[in-house]
Design a protein around this ligand. Structure first.
Ligand SMILES: *Cc1c(COP(=O)(O)O)cnc(C)c1O
Length: 380
């Protein structure tokens, strides 16, 4: 008998998604607008909290692109970016002909290091260019150092684009991630905590930003009976079909967060007492992570030589997917020539870190299979 594959993070439908999709077909709203798009935006606004305005878009990457445009980023500009992230964070900076200025992470959150950020901004200003925006990421659902980053950005009058693609439902001091920045970004890609198959959103602080975002996302069409344009636009709106999936997913979001957090708890217990393996966890009770992905760091000098790769390969043999942490962008061939500030925190995490199966749809049996492999690797 061949074993079913256990995935890192796979789509998990709640059950009502199909009703919204069927309704879209029945009413012929098969278009990048319609009741599901508006309904999904309303659901997200209610979820993100008071005074939020959400524009549903075709992807998280598109949302970052439109945020950068509204922050005034253009050719030759510089944008400070967390280096330890997925390329979806930094690619839109390059779409605009601007340069990502890459910054290291700090040990506790694995996100943007406030010290390296200060150093980077001071040095870029000394070199003659003030960065146009700061792109900070709540990686794996773990909030970044909200207070330090935003206080610094405010003092220096640099807008913050908050990449919350992995952090829907995470909070800091009870406030939802996605609502701290001048622009907040969400993703509903297939592997994220909820999915619309593909999709994203911008969480906007004002109705004007939302309106501008939708204007830019629908080819920047001016008011006129014919098609009239005075600026470059994009085709970035979310489909009414996809948004229907999103409306169903919103009904199970909190339940799925609880299940992901349950996976994280499972790994804390599993690795408890195994020297040299640390499960990434909140460092501060004010931090609430959705634990989109559970991750560990392995120190082979304390495990008797057992490495991240030993664990990954042993899991793979049993059809269990795991993956090294994000390769920092400053180590990617694509970005190797961009300025980098900081040390080796992100690099070391990449060398020794591993993301483990974290889906809300994993079963007791799946957990059992994972535990057997892990215990086997450590001879327990
Ligand atoms: C997924 C992701 C994105 C991009 O979102 P898409 O919807 O896939 O375009 C951006 N940043 C981070 C950190 C992500 O994980």
């Amino acid at each position: 008998m061949s074993l079913d594959k256990i995935w890192l993070s796979s789509p998990h439908m709640g059950g009502t998604e199909r009703n919204y999709v069927t309704e879209a077909f029945d009413t012929n709203w098969v278009a990048p607008l319609g009741p599901n798009v508006t309904g999904f935006e309303k659901d997200l606004e209610a979820y993100q909290g008071e005074n939020t305005h959400v524009a549903a878009l075709s992807s998280g990457t598109a949302a970052i692109h439109l945020a950068l445009i509204q922050a005034g980023v253009g050719p030759g500009d510089e944008v400070i970016c967390q280096s330890f992230t997925f390329c979806g964070t930094t690619n839109p900076v390059q779409y605009l002909g601007a340069t990502p200025i890459l910054v290291d992470s700090e040990e506790q959150t694995w996100n943007m290091c406030p010290v390296a950020l200060k150093e980077a901004v001071a040095d870029r200003i000394a070199k003659g260019k003030k960065p146009k925006a700061i792109l900070a990421v709540h990686l794996y659902g773990m909030p970044y150092r909200v207070e330090e980053i935003h206080a610094f950005a405010k003092a220096n009058q640099i807008p913050v684009i908050e990449d919350s693609a992995e952090a829907l439902g995470s909070t800091y001091k009870g406030q939802k991630c996605g609502t701290f920045g001048d622009y907040g970004i969400l993703s509903f890609n297939g592997n994220k905590i909820i999915t619309t198959s593909g999709g994203g959103a911008m969480v906007c602080p004002t109705k004007e930003v939302k309106d501008t975002t939708i204007f830019l996302a629908t080819q920047a069409r001016d008011e006129a009976p014919h098609y009239q344009h005075s600026q470059v636009g994009y085709n970035y709106r979310l489909s009414n079909i996809s948004a229907g999936i999103g409306r169903g997913q919103m009904q199970v979001l909190d339940k799925h967060i609880a299940l992901r957090r349950g996976m994280h708890h499972f790994y804390q217990e599993l690795f408890n007492g195994i020297a040299g393996v640390r499960v990434h966890a909140a460092h501060d009770p004010a931090v609430f992570s959705n634990h989109w992905l559970s991750a560990i760091v392995v120190d082979p000098s304390l495990t008797g030589g057992i490495s991240r790769e030993d664990i990954r390969l042993a899991l793979d043999k049993q059809h269990i997917e795991s993956r090294p942490l994000w390769k920092p962008m400053h180590l990617q061939p694509l970005c190797k020539d961009f300025p980098y500030y900081g040390g080796k925190v992100a690099e070391t995490l990449f060398e020794n870190g591993l993301c483990l199966p974290s889906g809300s749809n994993l079963t007791e049996e799946d957990r059992g299979r994972i535990a057997v492999v892990v215990r086997g690797v450590f001879g327990l």
